[in-house]
Design a binder for this molecule. Structure first.
Ligand SMILES: [Zn+2]
Length: 278
């Protein structure tokens, strides 16, 4: 997808949607709220009836609310047992299939846990699986951006370095840039200069297009030495979202920016309003 701006949306159906279990109404709500996009959350499993995915695709198109998606939590491409790795691969493929049916062109997921293994070994395993997934999706004629998330816990695969290296090595992989997680994971990157450095690095290492087609997550966050503890509303956290938005604006970043705060649409609107006023 090519973008002419940043699109602001929510991780899942907005809280104020009357029927919260109905994603089609969620799209309508996003539109009514003056937001731009919505992420389908398959956190607890990837099942969707065909008629739901086709009505989602239709609503998304008609109301001009593009969709992204988030795969299930039960994914670990570094699981101890081969059958758990295999089912993780299947879950990612299943997420891609349903996302594609809904018209989503970018999907994110948490790729793996280190399980106390060497990060280098884990990287190799994740890379291997991503190549398998890419190959299988291409045989199914499904074109979707596979975006491992920049994760918040130091026990999880998904550091900035890992995502950059993986993006360079697997064609359909791009990073899902969760700036709140990046801060929780490292205790850094919480001011304009450091966030600008990250954006410059993405452009330098992945090409200018990396900033023209972003999938960003943001929320308030609390953390300890192991990283991400809890997602909070932005105003209850010291995450410097104003500096993040200034950096994104000054670097002319485009793509999706998804609020993962508990109050979903309130923070999404606050982000959008602040950004537009910059
Ligand atoms: Zn996530």
């Amino acid at each position: 997808m090519s973008f002419d701006k940043l699109l602001f949306g929510t991780a899942g159906v907005p809280n104020s949607t009357v029927k919260k279990n109905n994603p089609v109404e969620g799209i309508q709500k996003i539109h009514d709220l003056g937001l731009d996009c919505m992420q389908l959350e398959f956190a607890h499993g990837v099942r969707m009836k065909d008629e739901i995915s086709s009505s989602l695709r239709k609503a998304s198109y008609e109301l001009n609310v593009p969709l992204t998606s988030h795969g299930p939590y039960y994914i670990n491409l570094n699981a101890r047992e081969q059958d758990k790795i295999d089912s993780s691969v299947e879950r990612i493929i299943q997420t891609a299939k349903i996302s594609d049916l809904c018209g989503a062109e970018s999907m994110t997921f948490h790729a793996a846990f280190y399980m106390k293994d060497s990060p280098y070994d884990v990287f190799d395993l994740v890379e291997k699986s991503m190549n398998v997934i890419e190959e299988r999706l291409s045989r199914l004629d499904i074109e979707i951006e596979l975006r491992p998330e920049l994760t918040g816990k130091t026990s999880q695969f998904g550091s900035l370095d890992e995502l950059i290296t993986l993006t360079k090595s697997v064609g359909s992989v791009k990073p899902c840039m969760d700036f709140s997680h990046l801060y929780a994971r490292t205790g850094k990157y919480n001011n304009y200069e450091e966030i600008t450095e990250v954006l410059d690095r993405l452009a330098d290492e992945l090409g200018k297009d990396a900033l023209n087609n972003m999938h960003i997550h943001v929320s308030g966050i609390s953390s300890n030495s192991k990283g991400d503890l809890k997602h909070l509303n932005l105003e209850k956290s010291d995450f410097n979202w104003r500096d993040m938005l200034r950096a994104l604006k000054d670097k002319d970043c485009k793509g999706y920016i998804i609020s993962n705060s508990p109050n979903l649409e309130d923070d999404a609107k606050m982000l959008k309003d602040y950004y537009i006023a910059l």
